[in-house]
Each structure stands twice: as structure tokens, then as C-alpha cells.
Write a protein that binds this ligand. Structure first.
Ligand SMILES: NC(=O)c1ccc[n+]([C@@H]2O[C@H](COP(=O)([O-])OP(=O)(O)OC[C@H]3O[C@@H](n4cnc5c(N)ncnc54)[C@H](O)[C@@H]3O)[C@@H](O)[C@H]2O)c1
Length: 258
């Protein structure tokens, strides 16, 4: 969590709905957005942890609320959008960060259920939250940021389904950017490299092992921290990026530069 002493105002007056914000990168984005003056609504499956993030933000002087939401369910996505508008009076900003952790196996070993869940959460979840948010974002001339991955550009063995969903998000964002440019809605993706979250701890057994094995894959020689991604998300949601739409902001420690 950013220090209270250096509170900013880059997102003052914004109302942000952030999916997958109970943990990891989404959580860092919620905390950084609140720190920069936004009111934030956390939409996540993990209600208990979401509530603890809300408490933490409020204790630090921010405005936050949470709603339990499975982003793959249209009704949940629609309710999350309505909850943000009812709680804070409008909606200016959407960040789609929720993603499921899929088994790391080649395609012939991946069950159809695991394939479908990856598509439903990682891709359809971003479609649904965007679909229901867009009428409100037309009013506010707001922004959508979809969290993709460096795996949208390069692949990794055993992660074909994940890579496919992330590549698709980049194209989804470009298409929406074109559809809603006239309405003043800016749509971008933000692609992190390896970031020290539970996702990588799950994949490598623990974060220390993730750092040792995955860190050196990045020219900067380490994993990123969630707040290093959150700062990029602030940029995309703020008036610092008013000439940016249909773009993919890579914050990957140089992973794709080798
Ligand atoms: N950590 C990395 O190295 C990394 C790298 C590139 C991209 N990303 C992307 O960044 C985003 C966040 O990753 P993270 O590492 O913070 O993940 P994480 O696993 O730490 O957190 C994901 C959050 O999403 C929530 N979630 C999962 N399924 C959901 C659903 N159906 N509906 C609502 N919420 C749901 C979880 O409860 C959790 O709070 C993801 O889109 C991920 O693909 C992560």
C-alpha cells in the first residue's frame, strides 16, 4: 500500500470498478487508485479478502466498496457495474484483472473444462464487464484497461490456453477502442511480465522459487512488484494518457526484448 503521506490526485473524481482486486495485481491497482483519489469497487470471487482490502483502503483515508462477483457470469458482471454506479454515483473507469490459474500442461493433457474456464474467466469476463460498463462510460467518457500479459506476445510451454486468452484480450481492446473512440471511451491493455503474486507462488511452489527461476527470464533480473503494474494502470486511467487508445502497455522488465 502506498504511504499516506504522498497521497496524489491523478484519479481525483474517478469511480473505478476493478475485477480480481482482492489479491495480487488487482489489489495493488485498487490501493494505488484509491491513493490517487479514486473511489474503487472491488469485484472478486473472494469476498472475505475483498472486504479486508476495503477496510485497509478506508483506514488509509480512501473510498472503497466490494461486491462478490464471478466475472464469467453475465448477471454478476451486470450487478457489479450497477453496484459501482449506485455506491458512488457514476462509473468512469474499468480494470479487468481477474484471471483463473490454469493447469500448466500441453493441450492434449488439458481438460475441456479447464480450457473453457480459462476462456470464460480471462476473456469472457472482460467482455461482460466491458459490455455492461460501456453505457455508463459513454456518459463519463471513461476508460477500460484490460490486464493482458507478456504472454499475449510470446508463448510459454504448458500455457497455451492462458496465452490464447491474453492474446485475445489485446485484440478485444483494439476492437473496442475503435468502436468507442467517437464516444470518448479509451480502451487499452496493460501487459505485465512476471509479477510476485500468489499466481506465481502457485506455479512455482513458492515466491522464493519463482524469483529464482522466473526472475532471470527478465533482463532486469527479477520479478516485478504488483505496485509497479498499478502505477501503469494509474497512467492509463488518468488524464496523463489522453492520446492513448487501442494500445498495449508492456511493463515486463524487458521479458519480450531478448
Ligand atoms: N502475476 C503475474 O506474473 C502476471 C503476469 C502477467 C499477467 N498477469 C495478469 O494479471 C492479472 C492479475 O494476476 P495476479 O497475479 O494478481 O493473480 P492472482 O491469482 O494473485 O489474483 C487473481 C484474482 O482474481 C480473482 N478471480 C479469479 N477468478 C475470478 C472470477 N471468476 N471472478 C472474479 N474474480 C476472480 C481471484 O480471487 C484473485 O483475487 C491476471 O489477469 C493475470 O493473468 C499476471
Amino acid at each position: 500500500m502506498p504511504q499516506a503521506a504522498d497521497h496524489g490526485d491523478k484519479l481525483s473524481g474517478k469511480v473505478a470498478l476493478i475485477t480480481g482486486a482482492a489479491n495480487g495485481i488487482g489489489r495493488a491497482i485498487a490501493e494505488r487508485f484509491a491513493h490517487e483519489g479514486a473511489s474503487v469497487v472491488i469485484a472478486d470471487l473472494d469476498n472475505q479478502t475483498s472486504q479486508s482490502v476495503v477496510t485497509h483502503i478506508r483506514e488509509n483515508g480512501g473510498r472503497a466498496d466490494a461486491i462478490t462477483c464471478d466475472v464469467s457470469q453475465a448477471h454478476d458482471a451486470e450487478r457489479a457495474v450497477e453496484h459501482a454506479v449506485t455506491s458512488f454515483g457514476c462509473l468512469t473507469t474499468v480494470v479487468g484483472s481477474a484471471a483463473v490459474f490454469s493447469p500448466v500442461v500441453p493441450i492434449d493433457e488439458l481438460s475441456e473444462a479447464d480450457w473453457q474456464r480459462a476462456i470464460d474467466v480471462n476473456l469472457t469476463g472482460c467482455f461482460l464487464i466491458s459490455k455492461y460498463a460501456i453505457p455508463h462510460l459513454k456518459t463519463s467518457r471513461g476508460t477500460i484497461t484490460l490486464i493482458a500479459s507478456q504472454m499475449a506476445q510470446v508463448a510459454n510451454a504448458g500455457q497455451s490456453a492462458y496465452c490464447a486468452t491474453k492474446g485475445a484480450l489485446v485484440q478485444l481492446a483494439k476492437g473496442m477502442a475503435l468502436d468507442y473512440a467517437d464516444a470518448g471511451i479509451r480502451v487499452n491493455t496493460l501487459s505485465p511480465g512476471g509479477i510476485a503474486t500468489d499466481r506465481l507462488a502457485k506455479r512455482f511452489g513458492d515466491l522464493e522459487r519463482a524469483q529464482r527461476i522466473w526472475g532471470p527470464k527478465h533482463p532486469l533480473g527479477r520479478l516485478g512488484e504488483p505496485d509497479e503494474i498499478a502505477r501503469g494502470a494509474v497512467f492509463l486511467a488518468s488524464d496523463d494518457s489522453t492520446f492513448m487508445t487501442g494500445a498495449d502497455l508492456l511493463i515486463d522488465g524487458g521479458y519480450t526484448a531478448w
